[in-house]
Design a protein around this ligand. Structure first.
Ligand code: ADP
Ligand code: 3PG
Ligand code: MG
Length: 393
């Protein structure tokens, strides 16, 4: 098997280390509400500090479309990280430019700086070579520990390694090792549960996952697209009209291959996605104009639990409902509790899903909780992740 270049393969003492992390975490009223992805980067950060490196951290947050946007600033993350490390984290208000260079030049070994959101520059997602070069010029070596964004060919993950000696951090190493073992020999029956909202990103990979899974459970906003593909009027629900053709093809393939598909039977609907919104449970064929399907109903939960009976491996990515709002988090909570008791190898993936598992205090009950959503799914589907390519020996 291909081996990743590891942190220990790199001399970092006294060096400026550009460390790409995935600090794409939920933030409410200027405060990080789930620190899982920050905590997951600590082993690498602590190692670098111990070795006497100058640690320059960089990440994206949300999808600000190439423009500085206050709500997507990484500044609250610097506060969280500093508390977790019990150490000063210097926040730098941009990621490129002379001011950034001047501030970085003043750093001494053992210090940590966090740059502002890389996606405030459109060049990041466009994988612009000059932008990558500017980022690379801030450091002597490069460490990639941003597993959750490894499926994106963006400047900070595929561009910088062209200019600097590059290795993987400890999180990427753990993620790849754990997920690869699932990929190579999953015990059957293998049940995959896919929900969440990043439909267009994930739908194509469900296809490939089907060559491995025996049962596919579909929930969340993802399910709305599948239900619409079956002819249901999902009214105001979050859905991906362009994804309907893929959804149809997946359902047909499942039929031919005799893969069991579990889809919502009943859903919780409301006309507002917020706390206190009036909601009711209806069968999927009975949504009224203005209704949004925001959670799965109790009949569906029963069907899901039945489909999980006897499973030996379970992979779950994407919450089954709008878990940020308590009224719409019930089916995800029920599933988490059910999986926690199941005698199967259980793997959770995704920033929001993993965050939710944390929130309900069940993190320890699973065999592996991946910080990656799309990235974990693509790896499991057998795709080469662009950001990993430069990190192999
Ligand atoms: P992950 O981060 O675990 O990979 P995603 O980002 O794809 O998962 O999806 C999680 C998001 O999906 C959450 O913000 C959740 O509120 C949202 N979501 C799930 N179900 C629905 C739904 N029915 N309608 C709207 N949003 C939903
Ligand atoms: C994630 O949350 O899945 C990663 O941080 C990637 O974010 P993206 O889907 O906006 O590229
Ligand atoms: Mg997410």
């Amino acid at each position: 098997m291909k081996q990743l270049k590891q942190l220990e393969d790199l001399k970092v003492k006294g060096k400026r280390v550009f460390t790409r992390v995935d600090f794409n975490v939920p933030i409410k009223n200027g405060k990080v509400t789930d620190e899982l992805r920050i905590a997951a980067a600590l082993p690498t950060i602590k190692y670098l500090i111990k070795q006497g490196a100058i640690v320059i951290l960089a990440s994206h947050l949300g999808r600000p479309d190439g423009k500085p946007t206050e709500k997507y600033s990484l500044e609250p993350v610097a506060v969280s990280l500093s508390e977790l490390l019990n150490k000063e984290v210097i926040f730098i208000h941009d990621c490129v430019g002379q001011k950034v260079v001047d501030r970085i030049n003043k750093l001494v070994p053992g210090q940590i700086a966090l740059l502002e959101n890389l996606r405030f520059h459109a060049e990041e997602e466009a994988n612009d070579p000059d932008f990558a070069k500017q980022l690379a010029s801030l450091a002597d070596v490069y460490v990639d520990d941003a597993f959750a964004v490894a499926h994106r060919a963006h400047a900070s993950v595929v561009g910088i390694p062209k200019y600097l000696p590059s290795v993987s951090g400890k999180l990427i190493e753990a993620e790849v090792n754990n997920l690869s073992s699932l990929l190579t020999h999953p015990k059957h029956p293998f049940v995959a549960i896919i929900g969440g909202a990043k439909i267009s990103d994930k739908i194509a990979f469900m296809h490939q996952l089907m060559s491995k899974a025996d049962t596919l459970i579909i929930g969340g906003a993802m399910a709305n697209t599948f239900l619409a593909a079956q002819g249901h009027n999902m009214q105001a629900s979050v859905q991906d009209t362009k994804g309907q053709a893929v959804a149809k093809a997946i359902l047909e393939e499942a039929h031919h291959k005799e893969i069991k598909i579990v889809m919502p039977l009943d859903v919780v609907v409301a006309d507002k996605a917020e706390d206190g919104a009036k909601h009711r449970t209806v069968m999927v064929g009975l949504l009224q104009p203005g209704d949004m399907a925001l959670d799965l109903g109790p009949l569906t939960t029963t069907a899901i639990n039945e489909a999980l009976q006897g499973a030996k491996t379970v992979f779950w990515n994407g919450t089954l409902g709008l878990t940020e709002v308590k009224a719409f988090s019930k089916s995800s909570r029920d599933l988490a509790e059910h999986l926690a008791k199941l005698r199967a190898m259980t793997i959770i993936g995704g920033g929001d899903t993993a965050g939710f598992i944390d929130e309900v205090h069940l993190h320890d009950k699973f065999d592996f909780v991946s910080t990656g959503g799309g990235a974990a799914l693509e790896l499991l589907a057998g795709k080469t992740l662009p950001a990993l390519t430069p990190l192999y020996k």
